[in-house]
Design a protein around this ligand. Structure first.
Ligand code: COA
Length: 263
């Protein structure tokens, strides 16, 4: 990965795991245009690198995952520019959802506005017990533009999503867990350890099956059920023809651990 010119994003690679750290701690890792673009570049490189099998996204410092889109940039938007800003962010977050590999949000503090939307685009969300989550755009007289109005309602349901979107309230990690907005809540000391443990576990699974499960859920949820079931059956047929399927079933019968190679 040749990403050494990135200013606002740290990219680390440890075996099959890539960790992306949004790195603007002075502004609580607010996402300006440059940071969104850097995230997009890093994600494209990761998408095309078969050696990376799972990704962790987190924020620099101890206080914040991402405290939203950069309000300095938002304050100066025109209608055309604002629409383009939203589309650019949406494209990058779509890339996370359709990366073909699991992405774990390690929510180390505030996940507000664009930060909550970033977490929503990820596959799994693990939050520190002190995290605060929410979509406070309404308090700025605006609304989410990086997919929040859509992904939040799809994840936690229309009623709970509308309450969060319209009140702009920040909620605790425990309440986010109750709503299904985060998958797990851990202490700060355990956050990155838990994220890495899960990333390593997911990275050990058959990569093609992982990709198809992500596709079946993420694309299938957008389809009418009969088409989604047809799509599932097609993916099932494809995955049943892989070397990894033969290895997985053979290893089970031979009572040994399967070695998946992504073929
Ligand atoms: N965009 C730009 N700058 C931001 C920011 C954002 N989304 N969120 C925080 N910052 C900046 C603050 O302006 C401040 O800068 P300064 O030191 O130059 O004054 C710095 O980050 C620290 O934030 P501060 O507000 O002093 O910290 P806090 O602990 O008192 O409050 C928050 C933390 C997250 C509650 C508060 O920063 C906040 O409400 N941020 C905006 C959240 C939001 O509305 N996000 C949605 C944007 S669409």
């Amino acid at each position: 990965m040749t990403l050494d010119t990135l200013e606002n994003l740290l990219v680390e690679r440890d075996g099959a795991i890539a960790t992306l750290t949004i790195n603007r701690p002075k502004v609580l890792n607010a996402l300006n245009t440059q940071t969104i673009d850097e995230l997009g570049r890093a994600l494209l490189a990761i998408k095309n690198d078969d050696g990376v099998r799972a990704v962790i996204v987190t924020g620099a410092g101890e206080k914040s995952f991402v405290a939203g889109a950069d309000i300095n940039e938002l304050a100066a938007q025109t209608p055309i520019g604002g629409r383009e800003l939203a589309r650019r962010g949406q494209r990058v977050f779509d890339l996370i959802e359709h990366l073909g590999k699991p992405v774990i949000a390690a929510i180390n503090g505030y996940a507000l506005g664009g930060g909550c939307e970033l977490a929503l685009a990820c596959t799994v969300r693990i939050a520190v017990d002190t995290a605060r989550l929410g979509q406070p755009e309404i308090n700025l007289g605006i609304m989410p533009g990086y997919g929040g109005s859509q992904r939040l309602s799809r994840l936690i349901g229309r009623g709970a999503a509308l309450e969060l979107l319209l009140t702009g309230d920040q909620i605790s990690a425990a309440d986010a867990y109750r709503l299904g907005l985060v998958n797990r809540v851990v202490t700060a000391a355990n956050l990155m350890g838990e994220a890495r443990k899960l990333a390593l576990m997911l990275a050990s699974k058959a990569p093609i099956a992982v990709r198809y499960i992500l596709d079946a859920v993420n694309r299938g949820l957008e389809m009418p059920l009969p088409e989604a079931l047809d799509f599932e059956a097609t993916l099932f047929g494809l995955v049943a023809a892989t070397d990894d399927m033969r290895e997985g079933t053979k290893a089970f019968l031979e009572k040994r651990k399967a070695e998946f190679r992504g073929k």
